[in-house]
Design a binder for this molecule. Structure first.
Ligand SMILES: [Zn+2]
Length: 412
């Protein structure tokens, strides 16, 4: 078992306090810190503390794949860590985005290679050939837009804003079956010429202001989000996407699981994100970063989804919560050690024999593996090689530990 130090990504939408505070550094940080990467993705690998000093995790894996990852994981995923853990801290909305399926990622990566777009280029969409299903577990209140809302609710929202300019689009949506109508409408907006957007977006924002001022509550969160996005990205077609997507609020511990092709934008909050080991993002707006609308359109899934269906089921086993995700690459569990569990040694069996990444999010947890023991304080992370499990946990005071492992999904 090794202490693990993540790589911090500074993006404009990040927080100057959340990640710095979490990892015990002075606040405010000199730059907005958006993500702490805990994994072996070549874009920003973590380092681990070994007897020989600090070592990069990918090097450790290369030197001893069977011991670090386990033979079963090497067979399934080819000597690579199949998942990536991030602490994400958003003070401002992230870009409107979706992630590709496996087939789309393989095809897109090869295509951009053939076109000679360097991996480091900001024009590059596909930075690896993996899909990127993801789950985000909120550490505090968390706000997001995700998945096309069921169409009748979207029509009700657009009617409630009482914007005459929206009438043709309401008719377009009402006149076609669900996914077809959403595809037609989203395509119309995301490809609309700027002069048209410069009329429509302000009209929608006027409607949102009137709605908020009316004191009505049904769509108040949606209207406020429109205003927030409109203020930050005036005239951006991405603002209109907020009319079409589920506006979701997560309480701490609640989660959102996003399959391939799901259009989403995280708005605000701190959470732990676990995903397949990929950095493949197709963006459609609400960002100064590279936007590739045709490529986004290729991967989007226009089938409406109720927000409840984006919240993964949670199984409880003792003080462990397991988020049920269908993904082979990862599984997430959280240990809430409090009450009757305090002071006792707790078994933490691994759902799939392989490596584990631990992040302590509250208190102090003593983690005991075959090869040794580590005390993890809030903000500490650890790498647990496959040959060091299974683990036993203990805490004297209330504590919480996040754990990412390889998933069971896709196994027969
Ligand atoms: Zn995403």
């Amino acid at each position: 078992m090794n202490r693990m130090r993540g790589a911090i990504r500074t993006y404009a939408w990040g927080s100057r306090t959340a990640i710095a505070d979490f990892t015990g550094r002075p606040t405010p940080a000199p730059h907005p810190e958006a993500e702490l990467w805990l994994g072996a993705h070549p874009g920003d690998p973590a380092t681990v503390t070994t007897a020989d000093g600090e070592e990069s995790l990918p090097e450790l894996l290369r030197a001893d794949p069977d011991g670090q990852l386990g033979a079963a994981v090497c067979d399934r995923f080819g000597e690579l860590l199949p998942f990536l853990v991030k602490v994400l801290a958003a003070d401002e909305p992230l870009s409107l985005q979706a992630h590709p399926s496996s087939a789309q990622a393989v095809e897109g990566f090869e295509r951009e290679d053939r076109m000679g777009i360097p991996l480091s280029s900001s024009e590059r969409n596909y930075r690896d050939s993996s899909h990127k299903p993801e789950i985000l577990v909120a550490l505090g209140p968390f706000e997001a837009l995700a998945g096309f809302r069921p169409v009748e609710q979207t029509i009700a929202l657009m009617r409630a804003l009482a914007v005459a300019d929206l009438d043709p689009y309401i008719n377009l949506l009402a006149g076609q079956p669900e996914a077809d109508g959403l595809r037609a409408l989203f395509t119309t907006w995301i490809t609309a010429p700027q002069p048209g957007l410069d009329v429509l977006v302000p009209a929608v924002l006027e409607g949102a202001i009137s709605y908020v001022q009316s004191g009505r509550t049904e769509f108040a969160a949606e209207a406020r989000t429109l205003l927030e996005l409109g203020e930050r990205y005036p005239g951006d077609a991405g603002v209109l996407a907020a009319l079409l997507l589920n506006r979701m609020h997560l309480d701490p511990g609640q989660a959102i699981a996003l399959p391939a092709g799901n259009l989403h934008s995280y708005l605000r909050g701190v959470g732990i994100e676990v995903m397949a080991n990929s950095d493949n993002v197709l963006r459609g707006g609400l960002t100064p970063k590279h936007v590739d609308v045709p490529e986004l359109m290729r991967v989007l899934d226009f089938h409406p989804v109720a927000e409840a269906d984006l919240r993964p089921d949670v199984d409880h086993d003792g003080c462990m919560r397991i988020y049920r995700t269908p993904t082979p690459e990862f599984a997430v569990s959280v240990f809430d050690i409090e009450g009757e569990w305090l002071g006792h040694e707790i078994d933490a069996p691994c759902p799939y024999e392989g490596p584990q990444i631990l992040v302590c999010t509250r208190g102090t947890v003593e983690v005991r593996g075959k090869a040794g023991t580590l005390d993890l304080d809030r903000g500490d992370a650890a790498w647990v090689p496959a040959d060091d499990g299974p683990l036993r946990l203990r805490a004297a005071e209330p504590a919480q530990l996040f754990r990412a492992t390889v998933g069971l999904g896709g196994e027969d």
